[in-house]
Design a protein around this ligand. Structure first.
Ligand code: ADP
Ligand code: MG
Ligand code: ZN
Length: 477
């Protein structure tokens, strides 16, 4: 056991899914030709004036409400000055002294324990552009399409004490953003990014140690690895009798380590000051009431309800709820086929496997909840065997076919007809006299062998219950 504990505080940037940018009407569409989504405001032409996007304020406020923040009725935009080629204004418009929201919290779950992580503040800001370094050529190109896209920054208190907790917090935060439908949560494309501040201290110590800030992690796995590495590195430094230096470190994905990027001395002095071009953001009471009202059921609430209403375990409910679309799909199927456990099992195995196999999400799937319920009903009323259902599922699922029609057209209806099955059972008994002998001497396991033979003859269409009965009747008379 280590004598040290880790202290982690996270700064998350989430790109808001508004149609236009934060201070101009340029579209936010991803993947457009470079510099096509630009105008005098976001390209920072002198004299162009910003006007705040009301939808962005709504989205940011909804997030703040969802994580129990106090909303400041009046908040201010400030200029955060620094020089970088992808920042044409020479400053980022952010919020500093009076942010949109403060003093929230998020309850996270790690295994069977719950923990409250305080949220210090949530503020709005605009995104920078993108530098493209051309390989083999000594030049950098600038794409301003992303410049001015609305972001919210969500700053946690240093309340997490392990990489597991940090990842649980991030997953929960991301799920909420997706439930609110205000951010697509794509870490690969950078619509959900995280900087991790981490320090260590001897267990029992209250005073915070010197922290480093980790950047460049674009998946939960990277965050987990970077923190694990960094905590160990800091412990080694302290154990060697040396001091932690406050600095920014980059995660090196290939090596799984963090490397110093810049020290405290090279840190920017942002010279924040209120932006004279923008009026304070004021939130009207009537808007606040409306937005509060529009908040959907959030992941944790849904989780609780799924456990109660459908009698699912925590792990089962969590699996469904961690993806909003899967949770909806599940509920729609259960409405039509009232066996939550069975629907859960299909989702957990067959559905997730198929989605993964074809790298698609349930939203792209044409196989409707009605189709799904009808497939399960076909098994339940013994029209087809479970085996057949599982076999035909991938095709039905990806092509969005009607199971009832498919089964009929392909002649897959289960054979329950006694006389037909009797003939097959007799055939099998005649073909395998040795096995019959062995069975009669007590090798009861052979029943599944006999069953397998009938299934082979019927391509899996025999009703297993009827076949078992027929064999028993024959073998035990
Ligand atoms: P800055 O102004 O440099 O961004 P903040 O005080 O706003 O610094 O903190 C940024 C983040 O760092 C917050 O998420 C906070 O919880 C975290 N943090 C601050 N001090 C520490 C520390 N000693 N160890 C770990 N995290 C810390
Ligand atoms: Mg900060
Ligand atoms: Zn613009």
């Amino acid at each position: 056991m280590s004598r040290y504990e880790a202290v982690i505080g996270l700064e998350v940037h989430a790109q808001l899914k508004t149609r236009s940018k934060l201070f101009c009407s340029c579209p936010t569409t991803f993947g457009q030709p470079p510099n096509s989504n630009t105008c005098p405001v976001c390209a920072a032409m002198p004299g162009a004036l910003p006007v705040v996007n009301k939808k962005a304020v709504e989205y940011a406020t909804k997030m703040a409400l969802a994580v129990n923040c106090t909303i400041n009725k009046k908040s201010l935009f400030a200029r955060k000055n620094y020089f970088y080629p992808d920042l044409p204004k020479g400053y980022q418009i952010s919020q500093y002294e009076e942010p949109l929201a403060e003093h929230g919290y998020l309850d996270i779950r790690i295994g069977d324990r719950t923990k409250r992580v305080r949220i210090v503040r949530i503020h709005m800001e605009d995104d920078a552009g993108k530098s493209i370094h051309v390989t083999g050529e000594n030049k950098t190109l600038i794409d301003l399409n992303r410049t001015g896209v609305p972001l919210i920054e969500i700053v946690s208190a240093p309340d997490m004490s392990s990489p597991e907790e940090a990842v649980a917090y991030l997953k929960e935060l991301r799920a909420i953003l997706i439930y609110l439908d205000i951010c697509d949560g794509n870490m690969q494309e950078g619509s959900f990014r995280c900087d991790a501040n981490v320090s260590i201290r001897p267990k029992g110590e209250e005073k915070l140690g010197t922290r480093t800030e980790l950047k460049n992690m674009n998946s939960f796995r990277h965050v987990f690895k970077a923190l694990g590495y960094e905590i160990k590195r800091q412990i080694d430094v302290v154990e060697d009798g040396e001091e932690i230096i406050q600095e920014t470190r980059l995660f090196d994905e290939a090596k799984g380590i963090t490397r110093s990027m810049r020290g405290k001395e090279e840190a920017h002095d942002y010279r924040y000051f209120p932006d004279p071009d923008l009026v304070p953001v004021e939130i009207k009471d009537q808007d606040m009431v409306k937005w509060k009202d529009e908040l959907p059921e959030l992941p944790l609430e849904k989780l609780d309800r799924f456990m109660k209403e459908y009698h699912l375990s925590y792990v089962e409910a969590d699996l469904l709820v961690s993806d909003k679309s899967i949770a909806n799909y599940f509920e729609q199927v259960v409405k039509l086929y009232n066996n939550p456990k069975e629907v859960y099992n299909w989702i957990q195995t067959d559905v997730l496997r198929e989605l993964k196999e074809k790298s698609v999400t349930i939203d792209n799937i044409k196989f409707s909840p009605e189709n799904f319920a009808s497939l399960l009903t076909l098994v339940q009323d013994s029209t087809i065997s479970l085996k057949i259902a599982k076999d035909i599922f991938p095709e039905l699922f990806h092509k969005g076919l009607d199971p009832r029609k498919y089964v009929k057209d392909k002649g897959l209806v289960q054979i329950s007809d006694d006389s037909k099955l009797e003939t097959l059972v007799d055939e099998v008994l005649a073909e395998f006299p040795k096995e019959v002998e062995a069975y009669k001497k007590g090798k009861k396991k052979l029943m599944s062998f006999f069953m397998g033979q009938v299934m082979k003859k019927t391509k899996g269409q025999a009703n297993p219950r009827v076949v078992t009965e027929l064999f028993k009747k024959r073998l035990e008379q």
